[in-house]
Design a protein around this ligand. Structure first.
Ligand code: SAM
Length: 327
């Protein structure tokens, strides 16, 4: 039997995004409703040992890259202990973290020691008032977290900026200068119709093809690559070290090279960000499944992976919020 996970469309799955909580200490208007309360309950969360077992099974079948995400992963208690457990798993070669950085200044050093090597930080605005309007949060905490992470030695640090027309698209150049100054990598993301919030934000949708054309008038952009296995298409800004990635799920989808799946905190494996195909691991874990049965379950789950999302054709389709899936 193949030691690798190959889906019905011939794609090898070697990347797993692990959501360690669906809770978040921000309320980005395009992600979670301000009054949202329908979070999963602690008894539904996979325990650290359960998470470790599932990840071991996937790693034994060729998953090499693991990204810890959420919700906001830093709100899960004792996250660095979990990271230590995960970093010991044979086969996991790349262990990274996506965070909003609100409490990163307190946790950066411990997470680095535990085994996180690369981090992505969401940052949609460098203006405190605008940042608050978008996220309900405090920009100073995020900047503080970013600078602490840099001191702790994370490399690279990538900034993820969701670009929204009339909301923050006038800050693209400021963000570029900020990332040049601090030696961060920058990625722009298109808004996706995920959950009602994401759908409402579609009115701010801006094609990144337009943003790229605009930038090409001001900067010399050299086609480039960036290690990390993600969907971003990169350019380098000539005369600088800055790389800019464009993540374009709407204007130019990249499903044909999709190599990833997402494990939610309640043990649901989502096979696609833009579809409802899923496989439940928690009932199996709590019924005492063996390690080899867990591998079989992982193989079965991968057979459910759909060919592509249908954000354009069926924008009403995904009812769950991004924070639930693990963005
Ligand atoms: N809290 C962590 C963070 O901020 O990176 C991880 C989870 S968050 C859901 C992951 C990413 O999803 C963030 O960069 C966020 O901006 C993005 N996101 C959430 N909803 C989105 C949407 N509707 N369209 C595009 N990106 C979205």
């Amino acid at each position: 039997m193949s030691p690798r996970l190959i889906d019905p469309f011939g794609r090898t799955v070697e990347y797993l995004r692990l959501s360690v909580t669906d809770r978040c200490d921000l309320r980005c208007f395009y992600c979670l409703p301000g009054d949202y309360r329908d979070f999963s309950e602690p008894e539904e969360w996979l325990k650290f040992d359960e998470i470790e077992r599932v990840i071991r099974a996937f790693a034994s079948l060729g998953v090499q890259r693991l990204r810890v995400t959420g919700g906001e992963p830093l709100v899960r208690k004792n996250l660095s202990s979990l990271v230590t457990q995960l970093s010991d798993i044979p086969g996991i070669e790349d262990l990274s973290l996506s965070t909003n950085a609100v409490s990163l200044s307190r946790q950066a050093a411990a997470l680095k020691t535990a085994g996180i090597s690369r981090i992505n930080v969401s940052l949609d605005s460098l203006r405190a008032d605008r940042f608050k309007d978008i996220t309900k949060g405090n920009l100073d905490k995020v900047i503080n977290g970013l600078m602490t992470a840099k001191q702790a030695g994370f490399d690279p640090i990538k900034i993820n900026m969701v670009i929204m027309k009339g909301v923050n698209d006038d800050e693209v150049e400021d963000m570029i200068e900020f990332c040049i100054e601090h030696d961060f990598t920058l990625r722009f993301i298109e808004t996706m119709p995920v959950g009602d919030t994401g759908r409402d934000a579609s009115s701010y949708y801006l094609s990144l093809q337009d943003v790229k054309s605009r930038l090409a008038e001001r900067y010399e952009l050299i086609p480039g690559v960036m290690p990390g296995g993600g969907p971003a298409r990169y350019v380098q800004v000539a005369g600088t070290q800055l790389r800019i990635g464009f993540i374009t799920p709407i204007s130019q989808h990249f499903c044909e090279t999709c190599n990833r799946v997402r494990l939610a905190v309640d043990g649901t494996l989502y096979l696609c960000l833009g579809q409802e195909h899923k496989f439940e691991f928690r009932p199996l874990l709590r019924a005492g499944i063996s390690d080899s049965e867990l591998q079989d379950a992982a193989r079965t789950a991968i057979t459910l992976k759909p060919e592509r999302h249908e954000f354009r054709e069926k924008p009403q389709q995904v009812v769950r919020f991004m924070a639930k899936t693990g963005g």
